[in-house]
Ligand binder design. Sequence first.
Ligand code: NDP
Length: 278
Amino acid sequence: MSISPATKLYAVVGDPVAHSLSPLIHNRWLHEAGIDAVYVALHLKSPDPAADLRALARAGYSGLNITLPHKVAALASAGSASPEARQVGAANTLVRENGGDWIAHNTDVDGFSLAMAHALGSDPRGRRVVLIGAGGAARAAALHLAQRGVELAIVNRSKANADALAKALAPGAETADLGDLNSLAERADIVVNSASLGHVGASLPELPAGKGRPFLDLSYGKAARDTLAAARAAGWAPHDGLRMLVGQAAAAFRIWFAQSPDMNGALSACEAIVAVRG
Ligand code: NDP
């Protein structure tokens, strides 16, 4: 790879960001497509992340992915936003428009849709889904699930946050706190975990017998390890969040470069890294 003044700059911005597999995925695709661009990871710890994201546009970055905890600030930093980003209330992808402002997108919805279809193996319409968590990832998931007409239950540590999510994006969804997880999961066709508890070493309450039903954790690597092990031990078919990661990355790549990258190759590369580093 040769870098010149014409080389375009892309980055993932977050705090923390060192664990991110996005540079691996996007630099692989840039190389495969022969695009003169590089993609780096930027650790942003800031009292005003929206202002800093606007500064990155002025500094010449052509596009950004945004991860925890800056997705709401990313939407605020943009001059305009896609309908999905506005509905979710957060952005994970920014693209610089001609005037120099960011346009905000939320490709987590596309990523979740791919992961969900793979885990369930069929159209989710009319199926019973238990969604654990009510943060940014849950908002993307709830938007997709509500649009597909699933029978949704949102279970969260703070029930008030589950209520707010249901009111905003999934009217009609049942809401509960984690104490009701076991009984709700008993009746579910799939359980989706979007709670970030694996990052802090916390665990879910005990699950009922899975009897081969799918359990999708949106995190991956170490953050997903214990939750997926517990699900597997209870008889659930476990899936991690790597497919969602690659799906949201591919949707961002299409927005930036108007071409579809090789998702299977990127997924295999991510799986190989996660297998080595846990
Ligand atoms: P948020 O910080 O927005 O939300 C965190 C959620 O986890 C909240 O519902 C919170 O509950 C819950 N939670 C946090 N700690 C605990 C705990 N100790 N016990 C129980 N519940 C807890 O995070 P995101 O929604 O952005 O991310 C959630 C997960 O999804 C992360 O693991 C992230 O890595 C993953 N993710 C994966 C993506 C992918 O591409 N695969 C994309 C985006 C996210 P409360 O409301 O009570 O605080």
